[in-house]
Design a protein around this ligand. Structure first.
Ligand SMILES: Cc1ncc(COP(=O)(O)O)c(C=O)c1O
Length: 460
């Protein structure tokens, strides 16, 4: 079929009515007093409304937008609702959401200095703030990638290849490498090890209340026949399930003694470095070789953005820089964002955080993180006051794990379904050491104590 040139031209020409109506739709969402929870999917209805929608000829945009608004959007759980207490919620600032639209409207890329100097410099300014707050040295640097999983993978590739290079230089044989991880590490770490063909030395943290410590690592090493193939250790600064911050200082000491790479996964909890209430728990993070902190989690940015920081970005560039003749022009001496992870083309996804940090100031971020911690402490107190509930542990950050005495999986599922059906909250259970438990995560500063009361009162 020969494409009609006039059709092709039409789709690249902005229809002022479409621009206006889509912006009005977006304004409405941004100005809603409370983000709707939604998430009630009826797959048969969805299938019926999408059936045959895309065909050879286009449709009126209003018809398609109405399908999105009426049929699709209500089935998508709003991670940014202040009533979202499951998984790891998101709570992007309005400034970050608005600037995300600016990035989208220009399809702004942030691949290299050559192509996108202003975007790269602004992203680097935001990364500098994060690095400084973590206490990394001035020569540290990094890149925004799509999420914590991508960041963990990219960092562990650098850890692996840096060790391989050192071994080569020392004329030691190449061998499959291992990484020390806690039994509480995020699932993306196991995934990364699988992809990179490394294996884990898993440290049992039952004796240390879920916290990985230098002592527990030493204990695991003592019963390991030959730890010379270990290249790295992963400390988690805020485990996803329970919000536990590992003892980074003592883990860092073991890493230094053995010449291991110290990777700190703060994808969820890293923002705790902003809060004077919990900052001491992050002691030792300044010794990390790489750190992950997700702006799309507790740094109040929209999906999808994870900050990946390296103590020495040159080590990452040595591993990740892509070499192709058509790219020679972008390799003009400076390290590019695309050189620091397993990607090439990338959106300037750090700019929403950059804009919001500049507009709101760091103190507003400190307050917002403090608020999540306070809400978790409030929920923990309310649960402890009930004779039928028991905390699994006191929250380190903003995640509360608890037992409702006498409840099994079906009871938690009913609690969850009922609250969602009534659009009061979204809660899900989890497991702690095999036992089904309740789990509540707080990020959104607009969550109120009353919203928490409703969730806890629904426990019967
Ligand atoms: C500690 C930790 N690491 C990694 C991840 C993965 O991040 P993402 O979902 O952005 O890939 C998460 C997600 O919750 C996390 O909490």
């Amino acid at each position: 079929m020969i494409l009609d040139a006039s059709d092709a031209a039409r789709m690249h020409h902005a229809d002022p009515v479409m621009v206006e109506e889509i912006l009005a739709f977006v304004s409405h969402r941004l100005l809603e007093p409370e983000e709707p929870l939604d998430g009630l999917a009826d797959r048969d209805r969805l299938a019926a409304s999408l059936d045959g929608l895309i065909c050879e000829n286009g449709r009126d945009f209003r018809e398609v937008l109405a399908i999105y608004e009426n049929d699709l959007a209500p089935t998508v759980l709003s991670a940014d609702s202040p009533r979202m207490f499951s998984f790891v919620p998101s709570a992007p600032t309005k400034a970050s959401l608005l600037f995300d639209m600016v990035v989208s409207a220009a399809s702004l890329q942030g691949i290299s200095w050559f192509e996108a100097a202003g975007a790269v410099m602004a992203e680097n300014q935001a990364l500098r703030i994060l690095s400084d707050l973590a206490g990394l040295p001035p020569e540290s640097g990094g890149v925004f990638v799509s999420g914590g999983s991508a960041a963990n993978l990219s960092a562990l590739v650098v850890a692996r290849d840096t060790m391989r290079r050192r071994r080569r230089e020392a004329q030691l044989p190449d061998l499959p490498l291992r990484v020390v991880v806690s039994d509480q590490a995020h699932s993306s770490i196991a995934n990364s090890l699988n992809i990179t063909m490394m294996t884990a030395l898993v440290v049992d943290t039952r004796a240390t209340d879920g916290v990985l410590t230098g002592q527990s690592v030493r204990h695991a090493l003592a019963s390991d026949p030959d730890p010379s193939d270990i290249c790295a250790v992963v400390a988690t600064a805020g485990t996803t399930n329970a919000g536990i911050v590992d003892d980074i200082v003592s883990i860092g000491e073991v890493a230094r003694e053995h010449g291991w790479w110290l990777h700190v996964d703060g994808a969820y909890g890293g923002a705790g470095i902003l809060s004077a209430r919990v900052r001491p728990r992050f002691a030792g993070i300044d010794r990390a070789d790489s750190i992950v902190m997700d702006p799309h989690k507790w740094w109040f940015s929209p999906f999808d953005a994870a900050a990946l920081l390296y103590r020495d970005p040159r080590l990452a560039a040595a591993v990740h820089t892509q070499d192709a003749s058509y790219l020679d022009v972008i390799h003009d001496g400076d390290i590019n964002p695309s050189d620091l992870a397993h990607h090439l083309t990338r959106r300037a996804r750090g700019l929403p955080l950059w804009f919001s940090l500049a507009v709101n100031g760091i103190n507003a971020y400190r307050d917002a993180v403090d608020r999540g911690i306070d809400l978790a402490r409030y929920a923990a107190r309310r649960l402890s006051e009930r004779s039928d509930c028991m905390l699994v542990r006191e929250p380190d950050l903003s995640i509360v794990l608890f037992r409702r005495r006498g409840w099994g999986e079906a009871d938690y599922a009913h609690w969850s379904q009922d609250l969602l059906q009534r659009q009061r909250a979204f809660v899900t259970s989890s497991r702690w050491r095999g036992e089904v438990v309740g789990r509540l995560v707080f990020l959104h500063p607009a969550t109120t104590e009353e919203m928490i009361d409703e969730v806890i009162d629904a426990l019967g």
